[in-house]
Design a protein around this ligand. Sequence first.
Ligand SMILES: [Zn+2]
Length: 77
Amino acid sequence: MIQLPFRVIPYKTCKRCKKVHRQSLDECPHCSHITSEHELQQFKQHNKQKLQANVTLGLFFLVIAALITMALAMALL
Ligand SMILES: [Zn+2]
């Protein structure tokens, strides 16, 4: 069996907020402090917006990387 140079930490997805946390924790560190359903919905909506913003930023950097790659390729020709 191949030994990995790092230890794989088991994670699980919280059923309540859908965020990922260590399996060894008894309760979710992201949403365990939230008691009302309204607050939980706001928390989930905020996370959704943050995720969408990160995806947009990732796509932006992908386009920039593609443009730089094309510019370098054209400079070599
Ligand atoms: Zn949670």
